[in-house]
Design a protein around this ligand. Structure first.
Ligand code: ZN
Ligand code: ZN
Length: 288
């Protein structure tokens, strides 16, 4: 059983529509795929309607958090999307996305880069605008060769010259809200040092004590030594460990199913969740 628990669609900053994502996931041989767009659940309906036979959809989201000035992402799985407190927090984070992107564009203009809001909005299309869209604009303009090269201190990495901070949730509050909505909380790519400073292990231990369920270990931004360290930490703290592609369609180089989650861990996540159930594919025929 192949399980990929972290994927983005055009509902946030991926390039596949939710329908394309589930079709591509089936074509990639996955049995389970999670839709985890940034701070939104609005891709769910389209993904469920298009879900191919034999593929199970795990509904989720990737919540933008910050602790002691360090940005981090919290994956939330199988929570109730209508639960008001978590819904309100997702809206608060999303409403900040446009002013933030405009702030980064203004800084880039000051640095002599002729990027415009119109260009970034066109790249974002129907998705909620975010830093990867600004990064894609830099690639279009020939400022950097790839999106990854835009995520450096010179440009858009946390604390970089053109970076603007956004409203982000305290992770302890995020854990409380996810649990309150019946969901399961997994700290996404905790060792992704390329993206900026990472959260210290002492804080991960505090999160574990506050109800964190797991950490994402097998991820493209973790080298083998980081994975080994995180696996040891998870064992010590009694946390689940997941693996996933963090697929963004053509915006990033990773492919669906590049990393996967152990079926036993997946089973434990579904046992802990009370806010929603995984959705089995019916080949796009909801009458079955
Ligand atoms: Zn992330
Ligand atoms: Zn992600």
């Amino acid at each position: 059983m192949r399980i990929d628990l972290h994927c983005h669609s055009t509902a946030s900053d991926g390039t596949d529509t939710p329908a394309e994502l589930v079709r591509n996931a089936a074509a990639a041989g996955l049995d389970v795929v999670a839709l985890t767009d940034h701070d939104t659940t609005r891709g769910y309906a389209e993904a469920i309607a298009a879900l191919p036979d034999g593929l199970t959809l795990v509904t989720g989201a990737e919540l933008s958090c910050r602790i002691d000035g360090v940005s981090m992402h919290m994956l939330a799985y199988l929570f109730d999307p209508e639960e008001p407190a978590l819904l309100a927090e997702r809206e608060l984070v999303r409403d900040d996305r446009v002013p933030r992107a405009q702030g980064m564009i203004a800084r880039l203009n000051e640095l002599g880069v002729p990027v415009t809001w119109e260009q970034v909005a066109r790249i974002a299309g129907d998705g909620s605008v975010g830093r990867p869209h600004v990064a894609s604009a830099l690639v279009e303009l020939g400022v950097v060769p790839s999106v990854d090269d835009a995520f450096t201190g010179d440009w858009l990495a946390d604390g970089g010259r053109a970076h603007v901070e956004k409203h982000e949730t305290d992770p302890f509050e995020a854990i409380r809200l996810i649990k309150g909505a019946g969901g399961v909380a997994v700290f996404a790519h905790p060792g992704a040092s390329k993206r900026g400073r990472t959260v210290p292990e002492s804080a991960i231990a505090e999160m574990a004590a506050a109800g964190l369920d797991g950490i994402e270990v097998d991820h493209m931004d973790h080298d083998p030594a980081t994975r080994a360290r995180l696996r040891g930490l998870a064992k010590e703290l009694g946390l689940l460990t997941t693996g996933s592609s963090d697929y963004h369609g053509s915006r990033k180089t990773c492919v669906l199913g590049e990393y996967t989650t152990d079926p036993e861990v997946y089973g434990e996540i579904t046992r802990r969740a009370t806010g929603a159930f995984p959705v089995p594919g019916t080949g796009g025929n909801p009458a079955r």
